[in-house]
Design a protein around this ligand. Sequence first.
Ligand SMILES: [Zn+2]
Length: 181
Amino acid sequence: MSDVYAVWDEYWKELQDELWDLALQARKTGLSEIKAETIEEEDTIDTDRDTGQVTQHRKYSLSLKGHALKENGWEFCISIDHVPSGDIVFRLPGATAIDIEPYLLSSNPYCDHCRSEHGRIATFVLRNKNGLEVRVGWTCIQAFLRYGNYDRLLSRLRYVRRVLYIVANATMMGPGRGKTL
Ligand SMILES: [Zn+2]
C-alpha cells in the first residue's frame, strides 16, 4: 500500500507537466521513473447561493508508483525532513508500507548510525529483510551503507524527494474556480 494524494483538476495538469520534466531528467541519468497514477476521480457540484452559478470541481486521487530503493540489504521506506515548523514525513514510493505513526510523533532528528541528534536536514527510515528499522541521517547514509556508488544513490534520493514535494504542494492547493456548467 502506498499513500494517496488528492489533487484538484486545476493543478493536476500542472503537476503532470512537472512530473514529466523530472522523469525526463531522471531517465537521462538512468534512474527509474516514478509515476503518478490516478486511482479515483470524483466530481463535486457547487451552486452559488447569490448568483445561481453552477460550477464543477474534479478531484483526482493519486498514488505514486516506483521501484523501492534498496542498497546493501536495506530498503529506504520513509523520508523525514526536519524543518522549524515540524517534521515532514513521507513514505517512499514502492517501499514496504511500515507503520508511519511512530515517526510522525517523534520530532528528534536522531540518527541510529552516529547516535546523535545533531542538526540535520533529513533522516531516512531504512528496513532490512528481518524487519529491523533504523533511522539514518542524510549525511550518515554513505557511512552506514558502506556504499561505493554514493552519487547515484544520492541522485535517486533527490529525485524521489523532489517528486514527493511537488505532489504534496499540489495537494495543498484549493479547488480553484472550477468549471462553469
Ligand atoms: Zn548520523
